[in-house]
Design a protein. Structure first.
Ligand code: PAF
Length: 310
């Protein structure tokens, strides 16, 4: 039986642990101890309890577990490398990793440094934590899996098959880099603005914010073209990005985006993984990015105001 270590007991980590536990040996790893009894609320509103095998990083060092089949890293983007480092001594270097982060920061760095296969997963599954012992699976989505160098197709297919048995809709793809940048583009147009202004996604349609959304889309479209990222839905240039962003705004009108949730909980945001790669790319290609830089600085100042008070 393939075993799965899941490093990072956030919402996606716990959803994965609940889903895979009936089929495989699962260990959920965090910095702090977790209640063994964990609740899952399904999208249909059913509540299920399950005993998850949860260990701290320190306990892992002496647990003497058999080598895992997969290590899933489900931390926030900026914590992924440190999390991997915390278990690297007990993880054989040939182990396939699965990176579930937003943005495009952890994925190229870990692909470069880890000797074994590094898969990237991007998902539209909706989940959030409720208390210390619960996760709510708010909406079903689609998970795409692949590796940046497209060298591990069979590993991605095996994982997609396992995840499908576990109730996810999962597909192995050969263009995960495109998919990650496409998601990043949408995130860049929505997340920073709603986080700065404390509004739900749908409010971006209003006259107060829509002009700034359009300015972000304009810069992002130029950067992605320079990066060789195809516009979504077989569309053309900036218009295709504009249509996608506004479609996501409408579809998620009532959502509190992840960056707004981070700000409200006084956590560091993923600005470095979302705006960072766009700004870096713009500078490399000699493209304008002052709108993105201004957003990044505003989010940095907001973060500093609450992180320094902790
Ligand atoms: O980060 C998020 O919350 C989501 O990716 C998105 C698309 C902005 C919707 O809320």
């Amino acid at each position: 039986m393939t075993s799965h270590w899941i490093l990072g007991p956030g919402a996606i980590g716990r959803l994965l642990a609940h889903s895979l536990s009936p089929l495989a040996a699962v260990t959920l790893i965090g910095r702090r101890a977790l209640a063994e009894q964990q609740w899952l609320t399904t999208p249909e509103g059913e509540r299920r309890v399950q005993r998850l095998n949860a260990l701290t990083v320190d306990q892992m060092a002496s647990a003497d577990l058999p080598a895992p089949g997969f290590v899933h890293i489900t931390t926030k983007a900026m914590a992924a490398e440190v999390a991997l480092e915390s278990i690297s001594k007990i993880t054989p270097p040939t182990t396939p990793l699965v990176l579930w982060q937003n943005g495009f920061l952890a994925q190229p760095c870990i692909t470069e440094s880890w000797p074994g296969p590094v898969l990237c997963a991007t998902t539209t599954e909706g989940a959030y934590l409720s208390g210390g012992d619960g996760v709510v699976h708010a909406g079903r989505g689609h998970t795409l899996i692949g590796d940046l160098r497209d060298q591990h197709r069979s590993v991605s297919e095996a994982l997609a098959e396992t995840l499908s048995k576990a109730g996810f809709t999962a597909t192995a793809v050969d263009d995960i880099r495109q998919r990650l940048w496409q998601k990043l583009a949408v995130n860049a147009a929505i997340n920073p603005l709603v986080a700065l202004h404390g509004v739900r996604n749908g409010e971006l349609r209003g006259a107060r914010y829509s002009g700034r959304v359009e300015s972000v889309i304009n810069q992002v479209a130029m950067i992605l073209q320079a990066e060789g990222i195809q516009p979504p839905n077989a569309g053309q240039g900036e218009d295709a990005w504009r249509a996608l962003v506004w479609q996501v705004v409408d579809n998620t009108a009532n959502n509190k985006a992840s960056m707004l949730q981070d700000v409200e909980a006084s956590r560091p945001t993923e600005r470095g993984a979302i705006l960072g790669p766009l700004i870096e790319s713009a500078q490399r290609h000699g493209l304008p990015c002052e709108v993105l830089q201004a957003l990044d600085q505003e989010i940095a100042a907001l973060e500093a105001s609450y992180l320094s008070a902790r």
